[in-house]
Design a protein around this ligand. Structure first.
Ligand SMILES: Cc1cc2nc3c(=O)[nH]c(=O)nc-3n(C[C@H](O)[C@H](O)[C@H](O)COP(=O)(O)O)c2cc1C
Length: 224
């Protein structure tokens, strides 16, 4: 088919607009693309001995909270210590009732956004690009930490056990998880503190928690 000169002119005029729209679309898609992070391998040997760590375990002082940046390698080790897989297939750094998959989740809030730790893939799934450190805690020093770990009961993973019994299990699990973080953090010269004080509603909204999920505590972390 032979195009008339009028049609050719129209096509030529529309083409740049079409290309421009394609570029704009690509920019928008790139900006909103999720930025999940595959974590580096955690440190699984070396460091201080367990008895030395037990002797030195202490919460970082709220008045002079360490604010140094925690690296991705260090974050990887702390998250693995909290609830990472430590055997092929099934088995974690903390005991889980009836050998169930972890029923407590760990979220990470940092300058770069807010993420959920995925123990299966040892990666961080992006929740949002928002820095929520300054709003989830109720004590001002939380905002200055490098990252804040947030421990949340996983209603879906508890399933039919999302009742008083399941809540007990969840608190036991968070106790083990946070103690592991204390010890691993100390070995990496990172300050940490267990904190029950958090803004419940803000945390729920920021982490986009589901109905059965319960935020239990936060742990701000900062390199000494
Ligand atoms: C269940 C629990 C809740 C806590 N909540 C807070 C808190 O909201 N804010 C805070 O600054 N510290 C909190 N802490 C930290 C304690 O104040 C701290 O562990 C205590 O002073 C003992 O110090 P140590 O950990 O150095 O032994 C909490 C500790 C626990 C075990």
């Amino acid at each position: 088919m032979i195009l008339s000169s009028k049609t050719c002119f129209k096509t030529r005029a529309v083409l740049p607009i079409f290309l421009l729209l394609l570029v704009v679309l690509e920019v928008v898609l790139c900006a909103s693309a999720s930025a999940d992070i595959k974590l580096p391998e955690p440190l699984t040997e070396g460091g201080s001995g367990i008895f030395a760590l037990l002797k030195s375990r202490a919460s970082a002082a709220s008045g002079s909270y360490p604010t140094g940046q925690v690296s991705q390698e260090e974050l990887s080790t702390l998250l693995w210590a909290a609830s990472g897989l430590n055997r092929p297939g099934k088995g974690w750094t903390v005991p889980m009732a009836m050998g169930r998959e972890p029923y407590c989740k760990v979220y990470v809030a940092g300058d770069e956004g807010t993420f959920l730790y995925d123990w299966k893939e040892h990666s961080l799934k992006e929740i949002s690009k928002d820095n929520v450190k300054s709003t989830i805690g109720t004590q001002p020093f939380v905002a200055k930490a490098s990252h804040v770990l947030i421990f949340v009961t996983d209603g879906k993973a508890l399933g039919s056990l999302n009742n008083a019994r399941g809540a007990e299990w969840a608190y036991v699990a968070v106790g083990s998880m946070t103690q592991n973080v204390y010890l691993a953090a100390d070995s990496l010269n990172i300050g940490v503190r267990y904190m029950a004080s958090l803004s419940g509603d803000v945390t729920r909204a920021s982490l986009r928690l589901e109905e059965g999920d319960v935020p239990i505590c936060i742990m701000p972390i900062g390199k000494r």
